[in-house]
Design a protein around this ligand. Sequence first.
Ligand SMILES: Nc1ncnc2c1ncn2[C@@H]1O[C@H](COP(=O)(O)OP(=O)(O)O)[C@@H](O)[C@H]1O
Ligand SMILES: [Mg+2]
Length: 386
Amino acid sequence: MSQKFFYHRRTLAARLTKLITQVAVGSAAASGVFLTAPRRTGKSTFAREDLRPALEEAGAIVLYADLWKDPTTEPGAVIVETVREAIGRDEKLMSRLAIAPGLEAVSVGRLKFNVNKIGIGKEIGLTKAFEALSDEVKKLIVLIIDETQQAITTDEGVAALFALKAARDELNSSKHYGLRIVCIGSNQNKLAMLRNSSDEAFFGAPMVQLPLLDKDFVDWYCKWLDLPNNLDPSDVFQLFQESGYRPEIISAAADGIRLDPTDDPKAILVRFAELVRAQVAALNANLKMVIHSLTPIQSAVIRVMGAKGESFAPYESSTMELYAKATESTGVAPSEPIIEVEDVQLALMALLEKKLVWKTSRGVYTIEEQIVVDMLRDDGLLESLA
Ligand SMILES: Nc1ncnc2c1ncn2[C@@H]1O[C@H](COP(=O)(O)OP(=O)(O)O)[C@@H](O)[C@H]1O
Ligand SMILES: [Mg+2]
């Protein structure tokens, strides 16, 4: 896309490039950097349009894997595919790999290496693949993984992270040119799960809050939107904040105004504000409806999960008591007065299906989005359940 479609954050990109590239071997940042900001606030755009070019300008090779690009592809496979693509693009490396000793060479006419030989448990594991790439390009490699939390929802994804950990440690040794892994995600609790446990691949990696798009962005955007009647960027910024700093809500409101033009600048602002607020309200109303149509046990489980946060343990006896307390407090007793472990299992499955809850491949649960916790708290539904 042409440059004018994006507002660039070059200073931020330069600052992060420094953090990512200039680390002493063995420091925590060498194990990876985590970037987080709420959904739809510009993380992926920043990674692709600003961070990637800045890293490349600093002399690194950048690989970008979006674990959400295609929901039917398993996250571990997306990571492997990204490495295959990077190697496949390098003709010299491909022919070197094809004649490497110990590898069966296909020598019909031109030598051609089959990238499908790269993978976890394949002839060429990720470490070997990264070593080959590193030695060929003789540059620092940065792997950006967008929506990284998805990797810990499957066994293959977890295996890929472990393979990356080994590759990273090898490439960061004096024999090669270094590998940094940048993990992007919108939910800090989920990213923290990747980072905090010592057997996970990213122990100790710094968590950086990506700043939200600011007033300068809104000024730029107002110019670019080219509305029929100029809106004051200060008013638009106020509404941008109300929208949760999500450019798409502002864009949709602008489209609404173009469809329904008026010459009166006051009327246009009123209409613009209505359109922004209506979208925010519709998003929330949808979620509220899903929450309000839960069965008493499902509701009890999600409320206890919300109140407990990170320490939620679904089947502990103290948790089972809290479910009972939660169903009593709403006055809607379940048809079976005693809540059994199987009831909780079924409720968790239903909550997963409704996308209110998220689960790692190891069976750790958390609420999908912070806004759900906020709604439950605002409705007083988390009281005395911790
Ligand atoms: N810097 C920017 N300039 C212009 N539009 C942006 C910018 N950042 C985000 N957007 C727009 O906002 C929307 C959400 O951005 P995205 O990067 O997908 O968010 P996230 O990855 O945080 O969910 C997209 O439609 C994108 O085009
Ligand atoms: Mg994104």
